[in-house]
Design a protein around this ligand. Structure first.
Ligand code: GAR
Length: 206
């Protein structure tokens, strides 16, 4: 297993994957993207990965497996075979089985489009608008067995405007995601952190 090698799992358009790959290429994020894996054949993330010549790019179809655990085990095998230490979720829209989470305990990172613990789940941006919050943002966190409930690595705040709709608020949040995710992955593999209960303590004290 390579200490700085990551596997990125993505289901969607892949803008977070794109900024991670850009940051790696520009020397701002000292990780190596060893594998990109998607559960969707038409995910933009797969095309982005191929264009960037990621060494292993793969689509696995959940319908080809008996259940969630079997699908996740196939993903986990690919990740281990690729020698990846970290699993980076970038718009991966499937809930991970507990066996997967235990297999990579403390090594799975996710980005979520709200200030957790507010608005977990698949509709965070809509839920924040419907609730009427005046600020929202994004959270980079470790994944444990509680949905969107793991220890928080980093957060960024954006204002919510009265005339926002889902698209405008999500676009503002994504601008922050694109700054925060590569920067947090870089800190993770250079500075490192310890866990004090569920509290992340960065080793540079910042
Ligand atoms: C991102 O906004 C990410 O926070 C969100 O999906 C989007 C993926 O965008 N993730 C979740 O909602 C996870 N619950 P991308 O495909 O352009 O990177």
């Amino acid at each position: 297993m390579q200490a700085r090698r990551i596997a990125v799992m993505a289901s969607g358009k892949g803008s977070n994957l794109r900024v991670i790959l850009d940051a790696v290429r520009q020397g701002r994020c000292p990780v190596e993207v060893g594998l990109v894996l998607s559960d969707k054949a038409d995910a933009g993330a797969l095309a982005i990965a191929r264009a960037a010549q990621v060494p292993r790019v793969c689509h696995l179809d959940p319908r080809d497996y008996a259940d969630r655990a079997a699908f996740d085990a196939a993903c986990a095998d690919r990740i281990e075979r690729a020698g990846c230490r970290w699993v980076v979720l970038a718009g991966y829209m499937r809930i991970l089985s507990s066996s997967f989470v235990r297999r990579f305990a403390g090594r799975i990172v996710n980005i979520h489009p709200s200030l957790l613990p507010a608005f977990p789940g698949a509709h965070a941006v809509e839920d924040a608008l419907a609730y009427g919050v005046k600020v929202s943002g994004c959270t980079v966190h470790l994944v444990d067995e509680v949905l969107d409930g793991g220890p928080i690595l980093a957060q960024a705040v954006v204002p919510v405007r009265d005339d926002d709709d889902r698209a405008s608020l999500h676009a503002r949040i994504q601008r922050e995601e694109h700054r925060l995710y590569p920067a947090t992955l870089a800190r993770m593999v250079t500075v490192g952190f310890d866990l004090d209960g569920r509290v992340v303590r960065w080793r540079d004290g910042a």
